[in-house]
Design a protein around this ligand. Structure first.
Ligand code: IMP
Length: 498
C-alpha cells in the first residue's frame, strides 16, 4: 500500500478564474506596482527585487546573454542556462554584467587598413561608423559612410579619409549616460567616443541609442548600476561552475533540477552558502510543503515550484511524477506563509512550467506566487538565442526541453547520456521583440489586479478571490456562437431580405 493516496485531483492554472473585488477611484492603473522580491534578503536590498514578476527559464533555447540584458532592462531577469560549460556560462554572465546601457564596444579599424577592407566589414556588420585606433588602442579618429565614396576611394587608406581626433568631441572616463548625453547635445554631434586618461578607446555612445536607453525606468541593477544576472547550476559540477560564475560577479544562483527534494540539492545549497555567502541561492523544483521546508532549511533564499507541466515536458508521461501547478502553488504558498509567521523570513516562490499565457500568470500570482518562470513565452521572442525559420509561410523559432536529446548533447563529453528523455523538441511561432510583448502582457496583469481592487502584488495576494471553473464555463469564456472574421466581409453586399 502506498504511504499516501490523495484522491482529490490536482488542478492546473487554467481551471481557475478571479472574481472582481471592490475597486476604489484611488486604484489607478498607472499607479499599480508589479515589484516583487527575487530572493529573501535580510536587509531588503534593492538589487534583490524584480520590477516585473516574470523570469525566463534556464534553457538553451530561451535564456542566453541577450535575453539576460533585455529582460533585466525591462525589470525581469533571465536565468542563464547551465547545460553548457561553466566557462561559456560565465562568459554570458560577464556580458550581462559588463553591459553598459548606451556604451557600445565598437568594431575598431586600423589607420593602415584599406577603405575597401573596411567596406566589407561594414557590409557584414551593418555598422556605418568605425573608430580608428593604433596597435595600442589609442583613439585616432572616426570614419563613417560620409567620409568616402567606395567607387572613388576603395584603394585609399583609412588614415587618408578619416576625421582626425582633433576635430572630434571625446568624453574622458565617462560612465554616466546622462553626462554623455549632455556632451553630445553640446557638441552637436551624433557620436561620442569615450577614452581613458591615456587616450585609449573605451566605448562609443550614439545619440540614436540614448533616448532608447533612458527609456528603461524598470531596469534592475546593482549598486554599480550593472544589470542583475541570475545563473543556473546543476548538482554535479556546481563547485567549478559557481566559482567561475562568482568570478564574473553573478548576483544570484539558481539550482536547475526537476526534483529539488534531494540530498544532492541540499549539499549544493550548503556548499554555495559556505563558500559564497553573499550569493543567494534559489532552490527547486519542489511541489509539496515538505519539499519547500526542506529547501528553506537547507538554506535556499527562494524556491521554484512545479513539476511535469512545462510545454515541452513529458516527465508525467515518462515517469508518472508531477502535479498541477495551481495545486502546487496553493500548497507551497501555505508553507511559505507558515514559515514567515514562525521566523519573519519571507521566502519568495517562483511558479514554473506550463504557464500558457497572461491569464495563467495572473492566476499564479493571485494564488500567491511571487513571480512566474516561463520558457515557451520567451522562446518566441527575437531576444531568445535561436534563429528564426520559415515553415509554411509562418515565422517560427525552435524550442526544446532541457531534458530532450538535443539539450543533453553537450553533456556527452563529460557525462553519460541519460537512459531516456524527459523533454521534446518543437517550434513556436515567432512573436517579435520582448519589449512589445511585455508591454501588452503587463498591461493585462495590471488590469486584473485593478479589477480585484489591489495596487501591488502583496495586496493582490491578500485580496484575490478565485474559483474553480467548469469545462463549460471555460467554453463560455471564449467568443462563441458567432462567425469570426466578419471584418473581411464589411465591403461586400449582404442580402438582408431573409
Ligand atoms: P514552459 O514555460 O511551459 O515552456 O515550461 C518551461 C519549464 O519547463 C522550465 O522552466 C522547466 O522547469 C521545465 N522544463 C524545461 N525543460 C524540460 C524538459 O525537458 N522536461 C521537463 N521539464 C522541462
Amino acid at each position: 500500500m502506498a504511504k499516501k493516496i490523495n484522491t482529490n485531483s490536482s488542478r492546473t492554472l487554467m481551471e481557475y478564474r478571479l472574481l472582481p473585488g471592490y475597486t476604489s477611484s484611488d486604484c489607478k492603473f498607472k499607479d499599480i506596482s508589479l515589484k516583487t522580491p527575487l530572493v529573501y534578503s535580510a536587509n531588503n536590498e534593492k538589487k534583490y527585487y524584480l520590477n516585473i514578476p516574470l523570469v525566463s527559464a534556464a534553457m538553451q533555447s530561451v535564456s542566453g546573454d541577450q535575453m539576460g540584458v533585455e529582460l533585466a532592462k525591462l525589470g525581469g531577469v533571465a536565468f542563464i542556462f547551465c547545460s553548457q560549460t561553466p566557462q561559456s556560462e560565465a562568459q554570458m554572465v560577464k556580458k550581462i554584467k559588463n553591459h553598459k546601457a548606451g556604451f557600445v564596444k565598437p568594431r575598431k579599424v586600423k589607420p593602415s587598413m584599406k577603405v575597401s577592407e573596411m567596406y566589407n566589414i561594414r557590409k557584414k556588420s551593418g555598422h556605418s561608423t568605425f573608430p580608428v585606433v593604433n596597435d595600442d588602442n589609442i583613439f585616432l579618429g572616426l570614419i563613417s559612410k560620409w567620409d568616402y565614396d567606395i567607387s572613388l576611394h576603395a584603394d585609399c587608406l583609412i588614415k587618408e579619409r578619416m576625421i582626425d581626433k582633433e576635430n572630434i568631441e571625446v568624453g574622458t572616463n565617462i560612465t554616466d549616460l546622462m553626462k554623455a548625453n549632455k556632451l553630445l547635445l553640446e557638441s552637436h554631434k551624433s557620436i561620442l567616443p569615450v577614452i581613458d586618461e591615456d587616450g585609449r578607446l573605451l566605448s562609443m555612445v550614439f545619440r540614436k541609442d540614448i533616448n532608447d536607453q533612458l527609456n528603461f525606468p524598470l531596469e534592475i541593477h546593482d549598486k554599480k548600476k550593472r544589470l542583475i544576472s541570475v545563473a543556473a547550476v546543476n548538482t554535479h559540477d556546481y563547485k567549478d561552475r559557481v566559482t567561475a560564475l562568482a568570478r564574473e560577479e553573478v548576483d544570484v544562483i539558481a539550482i536547475d533540477s526537476s526534483d529539488g527534494h534531494t540530498q544532492y540539492q541540499k549539499d549544493t545549497i550548503k556548499w554555495i552558502n559556505k563558500h559564497y555567502p553573499n550569493i543567494p541561492v534559489i532552490g527547486g523544483n519542489v511541489i509539496t510543503k515538505t519539499g519547500f521546508r526542506f529547501l528553506v532549511e537547507a538554506g535556499a533564499k527562494a524556491v521554484k515550484v512545479g513539476m511535469g507541466g512545462g510545454s515541452i515536458c513529458i516527465t508525467q508521461e515518462q515517469k508518472g511524477t508531477g502535479r498541477g501547478l495551481a495545486t502546487t502553488i496553493i500548497e507551497v504558498v501555505e508553507a511559505r506563509d507558515t514559515y514567515f509567521k514562525e521566523t519573519g523570513k519571507y521566502i519568495p516562490i517562483a511558479a514554473d512550467g506550463g504557464v500558457t499565457g497572461t491569464k495563467d500568470v495572473t492566476i499564479a500570482l493571485a494564488l500567491g506566487a511571487d513571480y512566474v518562470m516561463m520558457g515557451r513565452y520567451f522562446a518566441r521572442m527575437e531576444e531568445s538565442p535561436t534563429d528564426k525559420i520559415v515553415v509554411n509561410n509562418r515565422v517560427m523559432k525552435p524550442y526544446w526541453g532541457e531534458g530532450s536529446a538535443r539539450a543533453q548533447k553537450w553533456k556527452t563529453r563529460r557525462y553519460n547520456q541519460g537512459k531516456f528523455v524527459e523533454g521534446v523538441e518543437g517550434l513556436v511561432e515567432y512573436a517579435g521583440h520582448l519589449r512589445d510583448n511585455l508591454e501588452e502582457t503587463l498591461a493585462k496583469i495590471k488590469s486584473s489586479i485593478q479589477t480585484c481592487g489591489a495596487m501591488n502584488l502583496s495586496e493582490f495576494h491578500q485580496k484575490a478571490e478565485l474559483e474553480v471553473v467548469s469545462a463549460l464555463s471555460i467554453r463560455e469564456g471564449k467568443s462563441h456562437d458567432i462567425y469570426l472574421g466578419a471584418e473581411n466581409l464589411e465591403n461586400q453586399d449582404y442580402n438582408t431580405s431573409e
